[in-house]
Design a binder for this molecule. Structure first.
Ligand code: NA7
Length: 553
């Protein structure tokens, strides 16, 4: 181990660790590994740090977790010195924070920007990865860490005629860096997930006319966003030790909130309504924490869904539009619940129309608009808020070859298989941060990122101290974990929705519930116990010859 790269006999740079991606996961991974004395190189496709916050610059883009909680906790100084301006910081501020972190910890010197990792091939003789990047360079790494993000691979829908559209076409997940001005234009937004719901009110305020094309209505809770006062920031900081501990160890989703002590049907109608009203007024994702069985019991879930449908009917003046906006196709929370500012009220504006493309699907995009089975709409600009090839999409873009030349795409053809979401059998010395099989997108991502990074960094330090150079998930441990992830998911209502958690938004993608729903606290405990037992379920060896026999106990 050395903080500096060495040169292989073939003249290739050799690192202890190559990290793919310089979002929040890649940056913290670099910080930890560098601190432990490893030589590290980070490759980032974008021109700057921030990952998903670098690409998702659409109007109205904000995090749906409060910024005082959606921020790193690893540095006391950092969390004391950075002042978030609002309860939910807008994308530019989150990106500024990412840049501040990169500067403050001098991370840029080990990050190569505008460089994609195209290929990583495991060399079974040397126990190393040969990594090829888009600039044509090849280097050697003892370990590779995929910090590629879960919502980074923007998905352009396969709609006939899309290429023929004469006006500008934007994807929310890959928004231009220049200001986009919709003033005076007739704009069409396709998609009503989180990105559509956040951008629609802002675009409506600019455009001459906005048509929202909705395939599936979504549940959304008001953000109640507001500037943060000094007092509020201080209160958070004073309580940070317990807030952070709760988020890591107690909360299922890595967010500090007051937890419910009962199920929805344990309260009478009036009391239940009051509880939902209180959560609705408070705003945000923790609406789903009004009761402890909303993700488990359909009858309980229906009470929350009915409450939100009632709110939509109260807000939206036109009854037919209100009816279309009321979600009926999935239990509330089984698709990621959205957090909005004035989304439903936007449909009361004269310049906004909602089109039901479930009833009348889009047939074709035309040079000047869009035709559904019922009508043609004239448009000057098109916004695709159609989401991502989530969780596996960014990994799938890299040609990763493990033992016997097996590609990760081939191994995952029937759905991703991992042990703890951290490693996949047949791909030694390759770690994944917040990958499928870990709580990941069901949680406050920064809490999950810090947990994974700490676990990986500690693991590599352990291996170094023991003189070990090879680590691989055992097949049996992986099979058991995959079965456990499935079993836990199917004990909930989540698999009832056609969500991107299930891969259902990508035609042909296997329908597997990808994230681990057991909760971040439970998951952390499992990971810690496995590490404490000498990384149970992982084969570790000093070199390839010992692999078959050496499992550290
Ligand atoms: P989502 O949540 O995947 O939403 C995508 C939306 O686009 C959703 O309403 C889809 O309808 C719709 N969609 C996708 N493809 C099409 C086609 N071909 N035609 C019409 N409509 C389509 O992505 P977001 O970017 O909004 O949010 C992703 C996450 O980012 C979010 O959960 C937060 O965690 C942050 P569907 O529901 O499939 O019928």
């Amino acid at each position: 181990m050395s903080a500096l790269p060495s040169i292989s006999p073939e003249g290739r740079k050799t690192y202890d660790v190559v990290v793919v991606g310089a979002g929040f996961a890649g940056m913290y991974m670099l910080y930890r590994l560098r601190g432990a004395g490893f030589s590290v190189r980070v490759y980032e496709q974008g021109g700057g740090v921030g990952g998903t916050w670098y690409w998702n610059r659409y109007p109205g883009a904000r995090c749906d977790v409060e910024s005082m909680q959606y921020s790193y906790s690893f540095s006391e100084e950092l969390q004391r010195e950075w002042d978030w301006s609002e309860r939910y910081a807008p994308q530019p501020e989150i990106l500024k924070y990412a840049n501040h972190v990169a500067d403050r910890f001098n991370l840029r010197r080990d990050i190569q920007f505008n460089t994609r990792v195209d290929r990583a091939v495991f060399d079974e003789t040397a126990n190393t990865w040969t990594v090829t990047t888009s600039d044509g360079n090849t280097m050697i790494a003892s370990f590779v860490v995929l910090a590629t993000g879960c919502l980074s691979n923007a998905r352009r829908p396969d709609i006939k005629g899309l290429e023929s559209f004469k006006g500008p076409v934007y994807h929310t997940g890959n928004w231009p860096h220049e200001v986009v001005d919709f003033t005076g234009l007739r704009v069409g937004v396709i998609g009503t997930g989180s990105s559509g719901i956040q951008s629609v009110p802002v675009i409506a305020g600019q455009a001459r006319h906005l048509t929202v094309f909705q395939r599936t209505a979504n549940f959304s809770i008001p953000a109640r966003n507001a500037p943060l006062t000094d007092q509020e920031r201080q209160a958070f900081r004073q309580n940070y030790p317990q807030i952070r501990r709760f988020a890591r160890e107690v909360a299922r989703n890595g967010i500090y909130t007051d937890l419910p002590d009962r199920g929805a049907l344990d309260d009478g109608d009036e009391r239940r309504r009051a509880k939902y009203e209180q959560r609705w007024q408070k705003g945000g994702l923790t609406f789903m924490y009004a009761y402890n069985d909303l993700a488990l019991s359909k009858a309980a879930n229906d009470t929350a869904a009915d409450f939100v449908r009632g709110k939509i009917a109260e807000i939206v003046k036109d009854p037919e539009t209100a009816r279309l906006l009321q979600p009926n196709s999935h239990p509330i929370g089984t698709k990621r619940i959205c957090v909005d500012t004035d989304y439903f009220a936007t449909f009361n504006r004269d310049n906004v129309a909602l089109v039901d493309i479930k009833a009348n699907p889009i047939e074709e995009i035309l040079p000047n608009g869009l035709r559904t089975t019922a009508k043609t709409y004239e448009l000057d600009a098109l916004v695709l808020a159609t989401g991502f090839d989530a969780m596996t999409g960014s990994v799938a873009k890299i040609d990763i070859r493990g033992r016997n030349g097996l590609t990760l795409n081939r191994k995952w053809a029937e759905g991703p298989k991992t042990y703890l979401g951290l490693m996949s059998t047949g791909f030694p010395n390759l770690f994944i941060i917040t990958g499928p099989g870990s709580p990941s997108v069901l949680s406050n991502m920064i809490v999950s990122i810090e947990q994974h990074v700490d676990w990986i960094a500690d693991c590599l330090a352990f291996m170094h101290a023991k003189g070990l150079s090879l680590m691989e998930a055992e097949k049996d441990a992986e099979d058991k974990w995959v079965a456990h992830v499935n079993e836990v998911a199917h004990a909930t209502l989540y698999p009832q929705a056609n969500s991107w958690y299930m891969g259902a938004n990508i035609p042909g993608k296997p329908r597997i519930f990808m994230p681990y729903i057991g909760g971040v606290g439970t998951y952390r405990q499992i990971c810690n116990e496995i590490a404490a037992k000498g990384y149970e379920g992982f084969a570790m060896a000093a070199n390839e010859r010992e692999r078959a026999v050496a499992v550290i106990s």
